[in-house]
Every structure is written in C-alpha cells, then in structure tokens.
Design a protein around this ligand. Structure first.
Ligand code: SIN
Length: 285
C-alpha cells in the first residue's frame, strides 16, 4: 500500500506504536478521511477511535474498508442476524449467555489455530465495567528488534505447533466439549515463530499462549518453557499498550505484529458487552 502524508489528527498510543485518531466521527466521515483511517491502521499497527455511535450496519461497513470480514468459530455467540459480529459479554438473557465471557484472557493472537489467521481484530465497546477489563496490546516488532543478533539467529526458522483442540482443552473458562464438526474444521496448523509483515517486511516475535502446543522438532517441556520465556519477553511493560475502555470506543489492531489479552473484571458487580469483528488474513511466513 502506498503511504501518503496523513491529514488526520493523531496521537501515539505509546511511543512508536499505535495511533489514537482524533476528531473523526465515523457516521459522517468522508471517503477520503476513511481512507486515511485505513492508512493509519497499516502504518501504526493499531488504532483507537473514541465516542463512536455504531449500529451493526455501520460496523460492517467500516470493517469492510480493511478487507473481508471473517467468520467466527463459536457461532452461538454471534449477534442475531449478523454472523460477522461476535459478542463478548457476561450477560445472560433468558437463562442463556449472550456472548463469550472472558474469551480473550491470556496473551494470544487471534485465529492462530487456522492456516490463515485473521489480519485484524476490532473491538467496539457497547457496555463497559467501571474498573477492570482493560485490553492490552504488545508490539511484537519492537520486541523482535530488541533481541540480540545471536537470539534472532537462534529463533529464526523455529515453527510453532498451534492446536484449537489443545486450546479448548486447556481453557480456564470452559465452554464445553467441541463437536466432531468443530474438530474437523479446526485441524492443527504450523506457523513461524518469527513472522514477516507482508506490507513492509518488518519481523515480529510472533509467539503466543493458548493455541501453542509445542515447537516443531523440540521436546515439549523445553519448547513450552521457551514459549513462556518469549511471551514474558514480548509482554514486558515497555512493549505494551493498556487500553481502558469507554462506551463507544473502537480499538483495532494488526494481529500480524501484535499479541493481545483481555483482563478480568468483577463480573458479579459489572456487565461488559463488546462486539468483536475480524478481517481475513493470509498465511504467515
Ligand atoms: C479478544 O481477545 O478477542 C478480546 C480481548 C478483550 O476482551 O479485551
């Protein structure tokens, strides 16, 4: 993508990473402004827009500017009539949870259990607790750049084994057994530990928890110890942006160069409801 000078008013989410886009109302923004918002996303790895008044239709039209929206695996938690909009929530209506609760707690990158993980994740805040439930993003390119040449050489070429079945079996917040169909649709996949960003060639230390079952050719215990060590490295405070939610916030990040995690909140005292959308991605290399 050709990068033009941005006319948008922005401020960094943290030095060298992410951008809050100021003074843009997505309900009235001109196509040229929207184009610049998309460019800001590709340039900064994450964008934040506050005080947005989004209907499901507006969300779908906005997310489509970034690519084709992706389906969700746990289809029972999508917004009725909107299969591309997934609900994260602790609300129960008529005895049934309306969304996935604490779905994204633990450092990960979305859809890593697929051959083509999602390029981007967008969250839209519908209802937020007064405290807790922050979302944190880690800049995996900054983490890679901070490795020594020796460490880079040691890690380059390592391949992570990702497994949806492993992920679901080890979840703290259980969501029940996988159906045979879900197992069939989600076979194990293998992705590079050091990922190259297709747009600009930057390298990311693209480690993850959750779906990672091991490292190809390495004994499991040793592999998982290395994965833990690398996740700790990537998620040091200096590489992390912590977002405190307000209703109407849109936070969107590039999964090819970030890790993210949700955080817990007092779910007996507060309700949280977020819409999560995904944009299709390609095979990591
Ligand atoms: C996610 O990981 O998809 C959601 C994170 C959050 O709920 O803050």
């Amino acid at each position: 993508m050709e990068m033009q000078a941005l006319k948008l008013k922005t401020r960094e989410l943290k030095p060298g990473f992410g951008a809050e886009i100021l003074d843009v109302d997505l309900t009235t923004a001109e196509p040229e402004t929207l184009d610049q918002v998309v460019q800001a996303f590709h340039r900064h790895g994450a964008i934040l827009l506050r005080k947005q008044d989004m209907t499901p239709e507006r969300i779908l039209s906005f997310i489509s500017l970034f690519g084709e929206p992706e389906d969700h695996t746990q289809t029972q938690f999508t917004l009725p009539g909107y299969p591309k909009i997934y609900i994260l929530s602790n609300r129960v209506v008529d005895g049934k949870p309306i969304g996935a609760h604490n779905d994204g707690v633990g450092w990960h990158t979305d859809y890593s259990y697929k051959a083509e993980p999602v390029m981007s994740t967008m969250l839209y805040a519908v209802e937020v607790p007064e405290e807790g439930s922050d979302t944190m993003l880690a800049d995996c390119c900054a983490a890679y750049d901070a490795l020594t040449d020796e460490e880079k050489a040691k890690l380059d070429g390592l391949v992570l084994h990702h497994s949806y079945q492993h992920f679901m079996a080890t979840r703290e917040f259980l969501r029940g057994e996988l159906t045979e169909q879900q197992k069939l649709e989600n076979p194990d996949v293998f992705h590079p530990l050091i990922r190259t960003h297709p747009a600009d060639g930057r390298k990311a230390l693209w480690v993850s928890t959750g779906t990672v079952k091991g490292i190809e050719g390495m004994e499991t215990e040793k592999a998982l110890a290395l994965v833990d060590e690398l996740v700790d490295f990537v998620t040091q405070e200096k590489f992390v942006f912590r977002h405190k939610w307000q209703v109407g916030d849109i936070l969107m990040w590039d999964n090819r160069c970030t890790l993210h995690t949700g955080t817990l909140y007092d779910d007996k005292k507060y309700f949280r409801q977020m819409y999560r959308m995904w944009v299709k991605g390609d095979r990591p290399y």
